[in-house]
Design a protein. Structure first.
Length: 115
């Protein structure tokens, strides 16, 4: 899946929030992805806020992986966080991926043992 910067959506979003670097859409306008800059956190580069234009849920790991790869690159690691129930704000089907800075990742691995 290829996502590109949508200039119209980006200008509109930046008028509402200075932390939004860019808004991306795919060729079919199925997905909208806001790339939020993170400047005050040592490990993270940005946060991706991902939603479908029809507001349906996204429960495809592959779709989220492809979006991450297209917006920030295949060599970056991202995490999805499930907060304390008291901090949940489940008002829309928006998914958030926190992207680590280049070369950083959590101390976990699905493929190789950690040393």
């Amino acid at each position: 899946m290829l996502l590109t910067i949508n200039s119209q959506y980006t200008l509109r979003a930046q008028a509402e929030s200075a932390e939004i670097e860019a808004v991306y859409t795919d060729a079919d306008n199925e997905y909208i992805v806001e790339r939020h800059l993170i400047t005050n956190h040592g490990a993270f580069n940005c946060r991706l806020a991902i939603k479908r234009t029809d507001r349906a849920t996204i429960r495809s790991w592959r779709a989220l992986q492809d979006i991450k790869n297209s917006v920030v690159g295949a060599d970056f690691v991202a995490v999805e966080i499930y907060p304390r129930e008291s901090e949940v704000t489940d008002t829309a089907n928006i998914y958030h991926l926190w992207v680590f800075k280049e070369g950083l990742s959590p101390n976990v691995s699905l493929v190789t043992p950690l040393t």
